[in-house]
Write a protein that binds this ligand. Structure first.
Ligand code: NDP
Length: 252
């Protein structure tokens, strides 16, 4: 019998969401808990916000756990995966969400910015997946958050960010091929402009970005969480190596 996504779909499953304290990651963590999962979420600096998300999850009758882990620190990444596996005894869904942006012309971007963006946006998903391999159950899920900028560089100044998010396409396809025999799916969601601290819908460039979408509006973190919920659930069992644009038509 086929199970639809939604409440109860992820009962008895454990999810790890990176960057779950704010924005898209917080919405994803809450949504996966609504679907039935216990959820561990990482953060870098926003301890209070992360604890609030964890508390909301616990109030839903699931277990929420906020863990500080800088995605740029390989030991922290490995440590949090091991800690989640030990505490919950399993890991079913990994969501690589934590990310940073750095806009500017190629000639003005510093070496430190290049390193930071690649460490957090590219190396961390790789290391999270690597560490999760031994714990992920058959039928497990890896979902990463890319960007519409990886599919269409609509404006100048986004080379570094686009480079980092386009790398996740190769990561997703390669890993989907490698983990297919275990029944583990690996997919990538490309958000369009989403109203968060990183990209507020009333920010200086908001109207400019809105103009590139077919729908003419910003998306919400909950709209990205819907897509992640789908990919994490039973309905998406035959979807792997896919890029799912949830971008209001930014890439068309
Ligand atoms: P926010 O800046 O609003 O939130 C970022 C989250 O990631 C926070 O929880 C933050 O933790 C965490 N984080 C950042 N750096 C690190 C780090 N080094 N280690 C651990 N956690 C970290 O971003 P969004 O919610 O907007 O973005 C989420 C993802 O979606 C990113 O990958 C982003 O690139 C992508 N995206 C966003 C779009 C948008 O328009 N908003 C569009 C396309 C893609 P803390 O609170 O502790 O700082």
């Amino acid at each position: 019998m086929t199970t639809m996504n939604g409440a109860g779909t992820l009962d008895n499953k454990v999810a790890l969401v990176t960057g779950g304290s704010r924005g898209i990651g917080a919405a994803v963590a809450l949504r996966l808990a609504e679907d039935g999962a216990d959820v561990a979420l990482t953060y870098q600096g926003s301890a209070g916000a992360a604890e609030e998300v964890a508390a909301k999850i616990t109030a839903m009758g699931r277990t929420g756990w906020a863990v500080r882990a800088d995605s740029a620190d390989p030991e922290a990444v490995r440590g949090v995966v091991a800690a989640v596996a030990e505490r919950f005894g399993r890991l079913d869904v990994l969501v690589n969400n934590a990310g940073v942006g750095a806009m500017g012309p190629v000639g003005e971007v510093t070496l430190d910015q290049v390193d930071r963006v690649l460490e957090v946006n590219v190396r961390a998903p790789y290391l999270y997946a690597q560490a999760a391999l031994e714990h992920l159950a058959d039928g497990g899920r890896i979902v990463s958050i890319g960007s519409c900028i990886a599919q269409r560089t609509a404006f100048a100044g986004g080379v570094l960010y686009a480079t980092s998010k386009a790398a996740l396409i190769g990561f997703t396809k390669g890993l989907a091929r490698e983990l297919g025999p275990r029944g583990i799916t690996v997919n990538l969601v490309h958000p369009g402009p989403i109203d968060t601290d990183m990209n507020p819908a009333d920010g200086d460039s908001a109207d400019f970005q809105r103009g590139f979408t077919a729908l003419g509006r910003y998306g919400t973190a909950a709209e990205i969480a819907d897509a992640v919920s789908y990919l994490a659930g039973e309905s998406a069992r035959y979807v792997t190596g896919a890029e799912l644009a949830v971008d209001g038509g930014f890439a068309v």
